[in-house]
Design a protein around this ligand. Structure first.
Ligand SMILES: *Cc1c(COP(=O)(O)O)cnc(C)c1O
Length: 395
């Protein structure tokens, strides 16, 4: 028996949901680090393959530790079903590939995580699926991009790294009218601060590598949707192509979920503190933070999010040279391309994650050469402020 109960508060479910104890009565979730499973009889194996008997047969199809992680994620997101994947990119790729075939058309927001944009802009067209990229915040562009063969929409909000916001309910309504589905990459908002399914989206994808692990240990991804969506669009693709998460990683991620609220709430509070403290700094051309009332889309943020973000976008004076000087002067905060970690990290998107885009395309995506993306970790906020302050002085 699992200890799940939908009436429990989120924090309680994040500690207990999906936990099915073995006869050994272990306190923590059991780790089933096994490729396969054995059967009591040949008849039992036959029934398992006919789906007439519950239980796992092979870890590419299902595994009890992975299932526990999926159940906890579904509870967190308010989704009927979840499937875990090896990485966030495996989740995005499976969610999109699973929905389309040659002749179909996809509409996606231009400001996407670099690899997500490659999937829709480069990979799907190789298989005869056309793609139109739009300026996400402009609902008219989504409406105008729709064609009779449009099957799926994809967006990310807040966007990486510009922290620009897209109206999820507005885009979902356009998708519904077009007979298409909407998939939202919810990594930057985290499951705590934005519920795309509640706003009308059909599918939510996460890189669990980020806040869900939250301590920089392992990669993972999740797809969340209705049971019907998972069973008709995603399940077969995952089982047959095999972007399976290791049970070990699912076990680490289960552990991450136990402390998700504590970590994300603290990191968001620190990010808000740093954004307020640095906002008028003379070495910053601009500071963008979704929790501040001066964010250009503050009203929309109030409507669709119930928290700020662990991320801050800093446009440092002096372009790339200024940004590099700032980053190299940091003593505590590390240079990395990851985010959502317990350790505070900075990234220069123009030369790393978004390097492959021409300068005009980067400008379109809201990525000036001076932009530094800061992922706020769990260090004491005064230590972080001191480090950022001394590094900005060196610009
Ligand atoms: C990191 C990230 C991904 C990809 O996740 P991986 O786990 O690295 O494969 C996708 N979307 C967003 C917004 C991300 O930040």
């Amino acid at each position: 028996m699992t200890t799940s109960n939908p009436d429990y508060h989120l924090e309680t479910r994040l500690v207990h949901e999906g936990h099915e104890r073995t006869p050994f009565g272990e306190t923590s979730e059991a780790l089933f680090l096994t490729q396969g499973f054995v059967y009591e009889s040949a008849e039992s194996a036959e029934r398992r393959f006919l789906n007439e008997e519950p239980g796992s047969s092979y870890t590419r199809f299902s595994n009890p530790t992975v299932t526990a992680f999926e159940e906890r994620m579904a509870s967190l997101e308010g989704a009927e079903a979840a499937r875990a994947t090896a990485t966030g990119m495996a989740a995005v790729t499976a969610a999109m590939m699973g929905q389309v075939q040659a002749g179909d058309h996809v509409v996606a927001a231009r400001a996407l995580f670099g690899s997500c944009r490659w999937v829709v802009e480069d990979l799907l067209p190789r298989f005869g699926v056309a793609c139109t990229l739009v300026n996400g915040p402009n609902l008219d562009e989504w409406r105008k991009a729709v064609r009779p063969e449009t099957k799926a929409f994809l967006l990310e909000t807040p966007a990486n790294p510009s922290l620009e916001i897209i109206d999820v309910a507005g885009v979902a309504a356009i998708a519904r009218e077009a007979g298409a589905t909407l998939t939202v990459d919810n990594v930057f908002a985290t499951p705590l601060f934005q519920r795309p399914l509640g706003l009308g989206a059909d599918c939510v994808v996460y890189s669990a590598t980020k806040h869900i692990d939250g301590q920089g240990r392992c990669l993972g991804g999740v797809i969340l949707a209705s049971t019907e969506f998972i069973e008709t669009k995603v399940q077969q693709f995952l089982r047959m192509t095999g972007p399976t998460i290791s049970p070990f990683n699912a076990w680490v991620l289960l552990k991450g979920l136990e402390t998700l609220t504590l970590r994300v709430e603290r990191q968001t509070a620190s990010a808000g503190f740093l954004a307020n403290a640095l906002h008028d700094h003379p070495k910053l051309r601009r500071l963008t933070y979704p929790g501040r009332p001066d964010h250009p889309q503050a009203e929309l943020i109030c409507r669709q999010m119930n928290g700020g973000s662990t991320m801050i976008a800093l446009d440092v004076e002096g372009g790339k040279e200024g940004a590099f000087r700032f980053m190299n002067a940091l003593r505590l905060i590390c240079i990395s391309n990851n985010l959502g970690d317990a350790k505070s990290l900075v990234t220069h998107p123009a030369t790393t994650t978004h390097q492959r885009f021409a300068p005009e395309l980067r400008a379109e995506m809201g990525i000036p050469d001076g932009l530094v993306r800061l992922s706020v970790g769990l260090e004491h906020r005064e230590d972080l402020l001191a480090d950022l302050g001394q590094a900005l002085e060196r610009v």
